[in-house]
Design a protein around this ligand. Sequence first.
Ligand SMILES: Cc1ncc(COP(=O)(O)O)c(C=O)c1O
Length: 357
Amino acid sequence: MIKFKTTLATQSRFDSINFNDLRFGIYFSDHIYVSDYINGAWTEGEIKPYGPFEIEPAMCTLHYGQALFEGLKAFRSVKGGVNLFRPYKNAERLNKSAERICIPPFDIERLIEAMKELCRIDYKFIPTKRGNALYIRPVAFGTGNFLGVHESDTYRLIIITSPVASYYPEGLNPVRIMVSDTYTRAAKGGTGSAKVAGNYAASLLATKKARELGYSQVLWLDAISHQFVDEVGAMNIMFVIDDELITPSLENGTILPGVTRDSVLTIAREWGMKVIERAISIEEVISAHSQGKLNEVFGTGTAAVISPVGVLGYKGKDYIINDNKIGTYAQKFYDAITGIQYGELEDTHGWILHIEV
Ligand SMILES: Cc1ncc(COP(=O)(O)O)c(C=O)c1O
């Protein structure tokens, strides 16, 4: 087992946290993991108290955005201890994102061990309430100080953790999503399939405008024809048309290969559902709606797990889906995945990494 140098916090942030109103990403636990890439290698890294660190005004990431991140959750298992959900998937995706923006790969076992150690040390920050969890956020970024568009030769990887409730204040209640037919998020050959900071900066204006119109997030269409559905701001998207589960395929490289997406598709296939990963146009979605065949639309992602879409706004018109109610499939997938996460249902896929505390 890798043992990290550890400096424990002398003052805890615990008492400042309102566990009855956690919301998402506003509280942070006591400790972080930090590793630096210097002289051509990542250091073993250490665990230290959460707190600010100094950066120089010329730090390249501020200027050129050479940064990536990940997001996964730790749950209190009903059997005791802590469950991480498919952490190897996130670790592998972190290295794929790293490759895309020229950050050197990180040792996967070390990353997993650092997450486990943070969960052990900050165990009390893992919420006890069903539906809440400890969100784990690894981030890696260039730390070189220079002007000029080229990769850095030094980097930092940190892991912070945050006790969270569901991403959307709506929880499992349906959200309103606006289809953007002007702004786009990712084009073929770009960075859409990587979890890099710039993708999210590029999404902010459209999302802000959508929020001003009363929607939670944007549904992105492809960058060329503005016809085909890609994904939502922080979720993949799925449609139940008749009894088929349809979701955009990963082959264009414009959407994030979501861990929740993969989990839902796996479970759906096991349930005998017809699952199709293919291009789906917004016109096809609207036409299925008008024929009464669009039974459900929902987003999938770590933060919200499953988020039913109750209203789809497109070209100034609102399309109400499933009477703006939680769909049967959305509920079933939510129950199946969270059941595994909290240790209530058998983990037949080996998705849980259990941590004894
Ligand atoms: C753009 C985007 N798409 C999809 C997802 C869902 O991915 P996952 O299920 O791995 O959380 C996320 C969240 O990580 C995201 O940021």
